[in-house]
Design a binder for this molecule. Structure first.
Ligand SMILES: [Zn+2]
Length: 182
């Protein structure tokens, strides 16, 4: 599988190479809880465009999503992992791909906590993310399959064709690839 595929599986068994940097990282101007030069604002370009449409659609429903963390380099993940072994090991974080974004809202105190799922924004996100090509990558009840605790704030761009398929079938990326050769 190509590393720059939008639908690729990234996890402990399928890490990204150490030197992998996504092509065309961009700051598309999403509302972010991060300073203007912070690299966490960056996303792969198609992911950024889809996230912008997602945020704008939420806004039309009177809801304000905020980006908290997008792109994270291999080096940055390595540093985080050194400080906190509970975060994903370097190479195994989807944030290195530029295809993942952590989001929150004012009601959740801009924090990445399970409480976000019970806010208006979090509930809207879980119902609408797939319409814009995103999945809630680590859902509740699938912890033993994804290897991650429930993260209602972490969305992953996989294209609309795949996000709709996964939403309809209730599958995680791991389950999707378990049924298919790479
Ligand atoms: Zn995340």
């Amino acid at each position: 599988m190509r590393y720059d595929s939008y639908t690729r599986l990234i996890n402990g068994k399928h890490p990204l190479p150490e030197g992998y940097v996504p092509k065309q990282l961009t700051d598309i101007g999403l509302p972010f809880q991060a300073s203007s030069q912070d690299s966490r604002r960056l996303l792969e370009i198609r992911t950024a465009q889809a996230a912008l449409r997602l945020f704008q659609s939420a806004q039309r429903d009177g809801l304000n999503l905020y980006g908290i963390s997008g792109y994270r380099s291999y080096q940055c993940q390595k540093q985080l992992y050194g400080q906190n072994p509970y975060v994903a090991a370097p190479g195994t974080s989807e944030h290195q791909s530029g295809l993942a974004l952590d989001v929150s809202c004012a009601e959740a105190g801009f924090a990445l906590t399970e409480e976000f799922a019970f806010t208006s924004e979090g509930s809207w996100l879980s119902r609408n993310a797939s319409l814009f090509g995103f999945i809630i990558r680590y859902p509740k009840g699938k912890e033993n399959i994804t290897g991650f605790p429930w993260e209602p704030w972490h969305i992953r761009y996989v294209t609309r064709a795949l996000s709709n398929y996964l939403a309809l079938t209730g599958q995680t990326l791991e389950e999707y690839y378990a049924l298919r050769p790479f």
